[in-house]
Design a binder for this molecule. Sequence first.
Ligand SMILES: [Zn+2]
Ligand SMILES: [Zn+2]
Length: 375
Amino acid sequence: MHRRALLGGLILAPAVSAAFAQTPEQDPIGFRPDPDQLARAMTLLQRHGSVDTHAHPGRTFARSLAAEAASGEAVAFEARAIADMRAGHVAAASFAAVSDAAVLKPTAAGMGVARDYAPGEALALFRRQIADLHRVARINGLPIIRTPEDLDRCSGGSAPGMIVTVEGGDFLSGDPAGLAAARDRDDVRIITVVHYRPNELADNQTSPARFGGLSPAGLAVVREMARLGLVIDMAHAAEPAVRQAMVAAQGPILCSHTHVKTATLDHPRFITVDTARAIAAEGGVVGSWPSGFGGTTLRDFVDRIFILTEAVGPEHVALGTDMDANYRPTLSSYRQLPLLVSELLRRGYGEDNVMALAGGNFRRLFRTNWAARKA
Ligand SMILES: [Zn+2]
Ligand SMILES: [Zn+2]
C-alpha cells in the first residue's frame, strides 16, 4: 500500500497542472486523479475533442451589455476562455448570446425580470451580441460552425469551433420571420426558446405558467426552427412546453443544460425523469449541467452524469457546461475536462460512452436536424 500526495508522482500536462493549481479553494475536485486514466483521457480528447452544447465562453454577452449600460461589470476574458478550451481539447462549443440579458435581475430563487423590453430593444441587443460573438471568432481564429461537416472538421487538436447560440427567443418578439436571418446572416444554429424572462413563446421553469406550454407564436417558432434545420433547445422551458415542442418539431430536440429530479435532489431548473426519457425516445439529447445546485465538486458532477445517463441512456447525454455564466459551477474551466473524462473512465463509463457524451451525441443531433431542413 502506498500513498502519494495529490500531485506527487503524477506526470501531468501543463494544462492539467494548471487546473489543479487553481482548484483548492475555488472549485475542489473531490477525487484523486488516476494518472493512467488521465493519460487515456488526454489521448481520447486530443483525437476527438469535446463539444459543449451550451456555454458562454468568455461571457461575451456581458461585455455587449456593458457597452449599453456602462456597468463596468463586464470583463473581456474571451482570450483566457479560448486558451482554456485549447488546453482542454474542446473541438467546438456553443457561444451563447443571452436574449433577455438586459432585463434580468438576480432574485432569491435565481433570476427574475426587472422590467420589460422597449419595442425593438431585444432585437437591437441581439444584433450587438451577435456582432460581438463574430468579432470574437475573427480575432481568435475560431471557425464558425455552419454545417455538420464544419463540426466534423473540428477535433481536439484544432482551433475550437464556435456554434453561435441564442439563449432566449426574445429577440423574435413572437415572430418566426426573424429566424431565417438569424440562421443565414448571423449563423445562429442553436436557439434556447425561452430563458428566465417569460417571453412571447413559452412558459419557463421559473415563472408562473401563462400558456400551458408553448404559445401559438412559440409553436410557430418551433416549427420554423425545424424547417430551417436549427437545433431546438428546450432548456429552461416548462415541461409541457418541452413536450409540445417535441411534437411540433417532429424530430429530436436538445435540452442543453439541466439535470433530472431525483428523490434526494430537486430544483426548478431540473426536469423529471419522464420528460428526460421522452426527449431520449425521440432521439434527442439532454445536456448534463455542472451547476452548484446540489453539488460542490467535480466529483459531484461525475455522479450527476451517471444518474442522468442511467435515466436516458448513453446515446442521449451531452455536456452543457454553461461555462462562465453558471451558478457555482462544479466544472469551472475547460482545463478540467481531461480530469472529468479520466474519472468517468475510472468509474467504468466506457470509452465509447465517454465520446458519445463528450460530443458524439450532439454531432448526431445536429446532423439529423440539419439534414431535415426544408429551406
Ligand atoms: Zn441557462
Ligand atoms: Zn446559459
